[in-house]
Design a protein around this ligand. Structure first.
Ligand code: 4AD
Ligand code: MG
Length: 431
């Protein structure tokens, strides 16, 4: 490949006056002024202004080429770097050769179009600066997470998407016709991670989970990216420490690596969260919520409006600990001092609410069987999961974090659908 011949915009901006440069990318904007044409050339690293003067062009007919220099056309150019304090980035390129790689029809993304129009054209909207900035931050959050897992000697494992029994209750299961048998799309890889700790002790996965979630909120997708970890011999307290250290480090990494992107999103003042995170009990949270006039009692789930009350009064992430058994799935370890509570917690981000849920799992076979029956589930559906308690069971704990929820919080966008390249919601499976 002759790739090396070409510069990236970011490297071109480091060159000095008079140096030769070869670039390729897409036309972000084009302006004509007398016999001059200015284009903003964009590649994956940034943008630079290119000035095209008729008499400088050696390779082509000016009039012919100008006709095809429309927005989003792809081009390759050769030219000379010119230092110009008026140009964005302080430099521009005086073009002496240009070639159209692919013409562009009239680019349909215009100012003033509706949100649903942009979503219908997400495959083209993805090129815009805002989407690019959000997705770069998302990438660095995930990179930061993987670095943390690597440093802490976790094993990354990939789990199946087709499954046969619910993890988080039947209501949000997507049914799949699996050659005449009933199967579902996974809601969480937790049970598979639990199986994996017996060989690897500390495991994690980053993969999609699916929820047939009809509610149209700004924080629910039907397909979201789920970062989950499970740790042998860990307690609920241990797992909160782990979540805190991981979240802090992944956010810090993205903040440090994405200064330009945060600036573009007008969010330069966003910082990695303060530590230690807040720890409050479910009962304490209820008192705060009641104090704001809500009618909520022990055993109720914390709904969206109640969640906001807590989210709006915290200056850093907060764990809400010890949810009642009746609000949680069957696999949660009961609290040793109060059997009506579980060793579990939700992690809230300021202004957002829940971004993760975690806790200690039941490791005793008989207790797990009892909880399956109490939840009116069929133990046969959980045979392999029960097996894990038959062969050298150990206390263990884990958690799941929603990547889009974290991206939404960090970038300050107001809907999770913009936290992922191609969102899936109850009313959208295209593009
Ligand atoms: O709270 P959830 O349902 O917990 C579990 O699935 C556990 N089995 C995880 C575990 O312990 N391994 O989901 C975990 C997180 C939520 O806190 C939320 O951030 C995200 O996943 N999440 C969603 N994100 C976007 N859209 C949805 N519909 C989501 N449902 C859950
Ligand atoms: Mg949860």
């Amino acid at each position: 490949m002759q790739k090396q011949e070409f510069h990236k915009v970011i490297n071109a901006l480091k060159l000095g006056e008079g140096e030769k440069v070869k670039l390729r990318g897409w036309i972000d904007n084009v302006r004509h002024q007398g016999g001059l044409t200015f284009i903003d050339l964009r590649d994956s690293s940034g943008k630079i202004q290119v000035t095209i003067k008729k008499q400088n062009l050696t390779n082509v007919n000016y009039e012919e080429i100008i006709k095809n220099l429309s927005r989003e056309a792809s081009v390759s150019i050769e030219g000379i770097i010119k230092v110009d304090p008026r140009a964005p980035g302080g430099k521009e390129v005086t073009c002496n050769s240009i070639q159209i790689i692919g013409k562009s029809e009239e680019y349909p993304i215009r100012k003033g179009v509706s949100v649903s129009y942009l979503l219908d054209h997400r495959h083209l909207y993805l090129r815009r600066e805002k989407m690019q900035a959000i997705l770069k931050i998302r990438n660095k959050l995930l990179e930061g997470a993987r670095r943390w897992f690597l440093e802490n000697e976790y094993f990354e494992i990939q789990c199946p998407t087709f499954i046969t029994a619910s993890v988080e209750g039947g209501a949000t299961l997507f049914k799949v016709d699996y050659f005449g048998r009933k199967a579902y799309l996974t809601q969480s890889s937790q049970f598979y991670l639990e199986a994996a700790i017996f060989g690897f002790e500390k495991v994690f996965t980053i993969q999609p989970s699916f929820r047939a979630e009809k509610s149209r909120t700004r924080k629910h997708l039907t397909e979201f990216w789920h970062l989950e970890a499970e740790v042998a011999f860990a307690t609920h307290d241990d797992i909160m420490e782990i979540e805190e250290d991981l979240l802090y480090n992944m956010v810090k990494y993205a903040v440090d690596e994405c200064k330009k992107e945060f600036e573009l999103l007008k969010r330069s003042n966003f910082e990695a969260p303060k530590r230690p995170f807040i720890r409050m009990t479910y009962l304490e949270a209820l008192e705060i919520i009641k104090g704001k006039g809500f009618d909520i009692k022990f055993g109720d789930d914390i709904g969206a409006d109640e969640e906001k009350v807590i989210a709006n009064q915290i200056d850093r992430p907060a764990f809400i600990m010890y949810f009642p058994k009746v609000t949680r799935a069957f696999y949660h370890q009961p609290h040793p001092e109060d059997n009506s509570l579980t060793l579990s917690s939700d992690l809230y981000a300021p202004t957002q609410g829940e971004i993760a849920t975690g806790g200690q799992r039941i490791h005793d076979l008989n207790l797990l069987l009892k909880r399956i029956e109490e939840n009116n589930l069929n133990p046969k559906d959980y045979e392999w999961y029960l097996d894990l308690r038959r062969y050298g069971s150990v206390p263990h704990a884990g958690f799941g974090m929603g990547i889009e929820r974290i991206v939404k919080w960090v970038t300050g966008i107001n809907h999770v659908r913009d936290a992922i390249a191609f969102p899936r919601t109850s009313n959208r499976v295209y593009p």
